[in-house]
Design a protein. Structure first.
Length: 294
């Protein structure tokens, strides 16, 4: 039972990290259909934002909160810059967005190397997050608990915004039928920019959270990009609830596979499970309902 609870707790912590990384993609890829391969570099920008904030302030709870807020703004502004300069011209060419954003990601990685260097840097964990807590007999690091709570909070905030705010209703309207939304007086350009800001900002928040469990390097975002895309695809394009279920399911699967084998074999087995699932249900857990003919 101790092993079961321990692996379940590990799986949930892995799932919360995947969820944070995939939450922004569920908006930019799931809602808008933009294949943003630079999403990993937005995560990296959040990591280095936390590093810079720590160099200016002490490693305290206040610096962590400041890093989360600034990480959201930095990631969001990078997303807006990408959307305004490049993505806006490629909405009708999704495969071109893949190539362009992949190149942008390489450029951002090189900029990070030029500024902070290629070696990894570390961000100190605040004092109140050091140690662990006993959960049904299993010891769980406080950093993992914090990331889990942060992921659930971000999901709840995004769901509430999408359902109850005018901004969320505009995003859903443009997603369902862009032409009809524009004829109703909704500015699709403003909605696209807002969606990209929120999605990219969430990537920055994910980057700040990742500094609590590991070091930061210019390529850290690439470690989570493919897994984030898989979470969005398995959950269903544009379906936040599907992304939540998929992230935690894949995290738990990876945890139990890794306990029985090794980390690399566990990753392969998870990929095999995803392939089998998509053969049975290619639309993912939940299919988006749309009136669009595109």
């Amino acid at each position: 039972m101790d092993i079961l609870i321990g692996q379940l707790a590990t799986g949930l912590s892995i799932g919360s990290i995947l969820l944070l990384a995939a939450l922004g993609l569920s908006l930019t890829f799931g809602q808008m259909g933009v294949i943003n391969m630079a999403h990993g570099e937005f995560i990296m920008a959040g990591c280095y934002t936390a590093y810079v904030v720590q160099q200016i302030t002490a490693a305290s709870g206040m610096s962590l909160l400041l890093s989360l807020a600034l990480g959201f703004v930095v990631g969001g502004l990078l997303g807006v810059l990408l959307e305004v300069t490049l993505i806006r011209r490629l909405y009708a060419r999704p495969l071109d967005t893949l190539l362009v954003t992949f190149g942008v990601g390489l450029v951002l990685q090189q900029i990070a190397r030029d500024i902070w260097g290629a070696p990894a840097v570390n961000v100190a964990v605040p004092e109140f997050l050091r140690g662990s807590v006993e959960l049904l007999g299993a010891s769980v690091p406080l950093t993992r608990v914090f990331i889990f709570v942060l992921a659930i909070t971000c999901v709840a905030a995004v769901m509430a915004a999408m359902k109850f705010t005018p901004m969320g209703r505009r995003i859903r309207a443009v997603t369902l039928n862009r032409d009809l939304a524009e004829s109703s007086g909704i500015s699709s350009r403003r909605t696209d920019i807002t969606t990209f800001f929120i999605g990219s900002g969430l990537a920055g928040v994910a980057g700040v959270a990742l500094t609590l469990i590991g070091s930061t390097s210019p390529t850290i975002g690439q470690s989570y990009l493919i897994d984030a895309f898989l979470v969005v695809v398995v959950g269903g394009l544009g379906q936040l609830r599907g992304a939540v279920i998929a992230a935690f399911a894949l995290g738990v699967l990876h945890s139990f596979f890794e306990y029985s084998t090794t980390a690399s074999v566990a990753k392969v087995l998870v990929f095999v499970a995803i392939i089998i699932f998509l053969q049975v249900r290619p639309q993912g857990l939940f299919a988006v309902k749309t009136r669009s003919l595109a």
